[in-house]
Design a protein around this ligand. Structure first.
Ligand SMILES: [Zn+2]
Length: 136
């Protein structure tokens, strides 16, 4: 019979992973606050053209953008912690609504690898792509 939920031991591991990520994000936000040149952030890559201008206003704007995106991530990580408490963590959202449409290989579970990589994931990777293409 297919597994329909992760075990307590597995959830404990996921929880630790989420807590580590929260810690990382917090440190990164701290770093932005104490520095005006957050060049180490991946969130800024798509805005690199602006770097030539290098004005203080742009720096402030970029920092704000970075912080608001990281805060969103933080909120999602905290929601993930809540799902661990509720016992729904790691279960694909699509399979909860319409199990026959879920494409996760471990349906209804999102793969462990994906959860370690993207701890705030709420859908399996195939389901997420299909959802994006409006196929679900
Ligand atoms: Zn799915």
């Amino acid at each position: 019979m297919a597994k329909t939920a992760y075990t307590k031991t597995e959830l404990k591991k996921f929880e630790q992973n989420i807590l580590d990520k929260i810690d990382e994000v917090n440190k990164s936000i701290e770093g932005v606050r104490s520095s005006t040149r957050p060049t180490n952030s991946v969130f800024l890559e798509d805005r690199s053209e602006d770097f030539n201008e290098g004005t203080q206003a742009h720096e402030v704007e970029k920092n704000f953008l970075l912080m608001s995106r990281e805060s969103d991530y933080l909120i999602n990580l905290k929601k993930a912690l809540q799902r661990i408490k509720d016992g729904t963590y790691g279960i694909c959202e699509i399979s909860q609504k319409s199990p026959e449409k879920c494409e996760s290989p471990d349906c209804p579970l999102i793969s462990k690898e994906r959860l370690m990589e993207v701890p705030n994931a709420t859908k399996g990777v195939f389901c997420k792509e299909k959802k994006k293409l409006n196929l679900l």
